[in-house]
Design a protein around this ligand. Sequence first.
Ligand SMILES: Nc1ncnc2c1ncn2[C@@H]1O[C@H](COP(=O)(O)OP(=O)(O)OP(=O)(O)O)[C@@H](O)[C@H]1O
Ligand SMILES: [Mg+2]
Length: 240
Amino acid sequence: MSPILAISGLSKQFGGVTALAGVDLTIEEGEILGVVGPNGSGKTTLFNVVTGVHKPSGGTVLFRRRDITGLAPHAISRTGIGYTFQQAMAFAGLGVLENVQIASEHARATGGANPWPTPQALLDFVGLSALAGEKAGVLPFGSLRLLGLALALATRPSLLLLDEPAAGLNDRETTALVGLVRQLPGHGITVCVIDHDMKLMQMLCRRLAVLDFGSKIADGPTEAVLADPKVLDVYLGGEL
Ligand SMILES: Nc1ncnc2c1ncn2[C@@H]1O[C@H](COP(=O)(O)OP(=O)(O)OP(=O)(O)O)[C@@H](O)[C@H]1O
Ligand SMILES: [Mg+2]
């Protein structure tokens, strides 16, 4: 089977800063791929270029063999690529369920790629039904992140990009999140996740890709990558 996403020679310059320096990466249908790397290594930029938030300086992105390089974010979202942000985001003044309804209606109006349940079912899935009527702005941080996941799922993605989904979550919330993310491939959603927490990545991902200064320095089975001297080197004294 061809990969759901095929990235070739992807580069991104911000003025004099090279955030991505010719990255090749494929994501296989139905997998949960992890992307790791030190701060500033280009992980978020990779997602931003794939989702159209930033235009690449070079290279191509094929989604199900279709060239989506440099398309506008709404066009890329419509093809079935969903995204959660490193900062949790929702309409603070609106209710929790209302937020998901708006995202769902928008997806329906623009034609999402995957069939997917109602806003209420999405809230049930992420475990926020009891807070459906609360204003999003008063949610505790962990719940706000779960709402972010529900909002991303409401766009009916077939590929979901998660940028540090567990940042700021406590152990109980992280375990709950792992349980949710693991279910996604069973719903036809391929996942690519960025995180600094290697324990979390080991729980979620059979394969890891490692970025360092905008280049991919390793890509393979999680345990092998975490034992790779090149990878240990970039984390020397750091998080591993
Ligand atoms: N919008 C932008 N304008 C200018 N420089 C940027 C922009 N976004 C990212 N950069 C730079 O590109 C490089 C890669 O940043 P990026 O945010 O992709 O790293 P990251 O791997 O996600 O880091 P972190 O683990 O801290 O989230 C950094 O040097 C960063 O300062
Ligand atoms: Mg980042």
